[in-house]
Ligand binder design. Structure first.
Ligand SMILES: Cc1ncc(COP(=O)(O)O)c(C=O)c1O
Length: 351
């Protein structure tokens, strides 16, 4: 059984009432933004108000669009080394590269990072990015100075980002005063793409073509070149907040439990996972580029569209070709079975 829209790619428009809720409402004192990158920039701006930042350290494996975007507004950015696929000892020795008055971004890789740090110079500010670990323990119980999340990675909303300061009862509100038609246009485009996908799924589309992908790509391009802060419209805030207590992690946990039972590490790939943590998706790591491409193509031929996070990052590790298969709330156990059988068939053909 396969879905006509396949497994993966962008979210379609969903009804929040159909999603499971968290047992207790979220208790993060967050501020809302249109994007994760604006949430990060707002944090950096607020640090810069009181401190003359020397260097902003990013991990050398990170979302290339976000980093390029931030570089347009901030100077003094450097990178530190990290292995984004290895979690047995992932403590970051901040003192080995950062000095006083530096800012260090720590990324919660695929929701699996321990987020532990050591040797932090006293005046170093730590910002955590939980975009791939939304609702993880590390995200909800962070001890960092600041945290942020791009919510559209986990929630079916057009755009959305949050930033908060875990040790503060209330986050100081940034004044975001621009009524920004461009950003509202980007939101509307994204919403239109999501609605087109819903129509396609329901078969109510006036035009039978697969016409939503170009809309999503246009939004990504627009986001990469748009920098102003927009005042959040109430109607957009209402949409984001109607999803914010959705328990998106519980679906992934169930789906991954099944896939981990049925798919094991082998000579071609390793499954990137960690006990007692729920990964962002089914994460497969390869040594050989050819094998990686072969499975990727096979998955696509079976209507499974994995994402590669992030294709432009160059790392020197032997195991470095990485793909993510979506296992979120959109899917059920039939879909997981389809993923499992597809991978098993590919393995049989390879061996
Ligand atoms: C880890 C990570 N952080 C932040 C962002 C930025 O989020 P947004 O696209 O909402 O600005 C992205 C990607 O877009 C990301 O992958």
């Amino acid at each position: 059984m396969t879905r006509k829209e396949g497994i993966g790619s962008y979210f379609h428009d969903e009804d929040p009432k159909k999603m499971r809720s968290l047992a207790a409402p979220l208790r993060l004192n967050y501020n809302l933004y249109y994007t994760g990158r604006h949430a990060l920039l707002s944090i950096l701006n607020s640090i810069a108000k009181t401190t003359k930042i020397n260097t902003i350290w990013f991990p050398n494996y990170y979302c290339q669009h976000t980093l390029a975007w931030i570089k347009k507004s901030c100077s003094g950015i450097k990178t530190y080394e990290i292995n984004p696929f290895e979690f047995s000892n992932d403590t970051i020795d901040i003192g080995s590269f950062a000095d006083n008055k530096d800012v260090v971004l720590v990324n919660n890789y695929w929701g699996l990072s321990s987020m532990s740090i050591k040797n932090k110079p006293q005046n170093v500010v730590v910002i955590e990015d939980h975009s791939h670990g939304w609702l993880s323990e590390a995200c909800l119980n962070s001890h960092a100075d600041y945290c942020f999340v791009s919510l559209r990675k986990s929630l079916p909303i057009p755009l959305g980002g949050v930033a908060w300061q875990p040790h503060l009862e209330t986050s100081s509100k940034q004044e975001l005063v621009i009524e920004d038609q461009t950003m509202y246009g980007i939101w509307n485009d994204m919403l239109r793409g999501m609605q087109l996908k819903t129509q396609y799924i329901k078969g109510t589309s006036p035009n039978k073509d697969y016409n939503y992908l170009p809309v999503f790509y246009k939004v990504e391009e627009a986001l990469n070149s748009y920098f102003d802060f927009a005042k959040m419209l109430n109607e957009h805030k209402t949409i984001i907040e109607s999803f914010i207590n959705a328990n998106t992690l519980s679906y992934k946990e169930e789906h991954l439990g099944y896939l981990y039972e049925n798919i094991k590490d082998n000579q071609y790939f390793k499954i990137v996972k960690k006990n007692n943590k729920t990964a962002f998706g089914l994460l497969l790591l390869f040594k050989e580029e050819e094998i990686f491409n072969s499975l990727k193509q096979y998955l696509v031929s079976q209507d499974i569209y994995p994402s590669t996070l992030w294709p432009d990052n160059q790392v020197a590790f032997q195991w470095r070709y990485f793909l993510n298969i979506h296992v979120d709330f959109r899917y059920n156990m039939d879909d997981m079975k389809h993923i499992m059988l597809t991978i098993q068939n590919w393995l049989e053909e390879e061996t």
